[in-house]
Design a protein around this ligand. Structure first.
Ligand code: FES
Ligand code: FES
Length: 157
């Protein structure tokens, strides 16, 4: 067993868990933050993406114990009180979701993407968005509106 302490969505959390506990399990089962979805458990679908110290990471293949002291943000922590994050609002406005299963991971990946491109002063083209979303799979195949959503949010972030 391992004692874990980290900050999740701005709150200090801790727990004693088996050494092999994945971050996705810790978030969903210990903290009941079920907005982080698990679609494959093998690092392929991207449904489980969260931010760790400000960068997108697949929670299904990260050991919770390796994140001692880390700052984790999940989809539940993205909005500013009652105000949606511009990326969440853009997915809503542009119909960037169908069943919604991939959506938390798509949004967390996209926020990191836009932040990185802005920090580096690089242009975020449609082609770049499609390349960057390579690690996120939408089984409803709604990619066109997902790309439109990211373009919309990028203009507002
Ligand atoms: S559940 Fe993590 S990548 Fe699919
Ligand atoms: S909206 Fe259904 S999997 Fe993407």
């Amino acid at each position: 067993m391992t004692n874990i302490k980290m900050t999740v969505n701005g709150k200090s959390v801790s727990g004693e868990v088996p050494d092999e506990t994945l971050l996705s399990e810790f978030l969903r089962e210990n903290l009941r933050l079920t907005g982080t979805h698990v679609g494959c458990d093998t690092s392929q679908c991207g449904a489980c993406v969260v931010h760790v110290n400000g960068k997108a990471l697949k929670a299904c293949t990260t050991l919770a114990a390796s994140l001692e002291g880390a700052e984790v943000t999940t989809i539940e922590g993205l909005a500013n009180g009652g105000e949606l994050h511009p990326m969440q609002q853009a997915f809503n406005d542009n119909h960037g979701l169908q069943c919604g299963f991939c959506t938390p991971g798509m949004i967390m990946t996209s926020v990191d993407m836009v932040n990185r491109y802005k920090a580096e002063g690089k242009e975020l083209t449609e082609e770049a968005i499609r390349d960057e979303l390579e690690g996120n799979i939408c089984r409803c195949t709604g990619y066109h509106n997902i790309v439109k959503s990211v373009e919309d949010a990028a203009a507002k972030m």
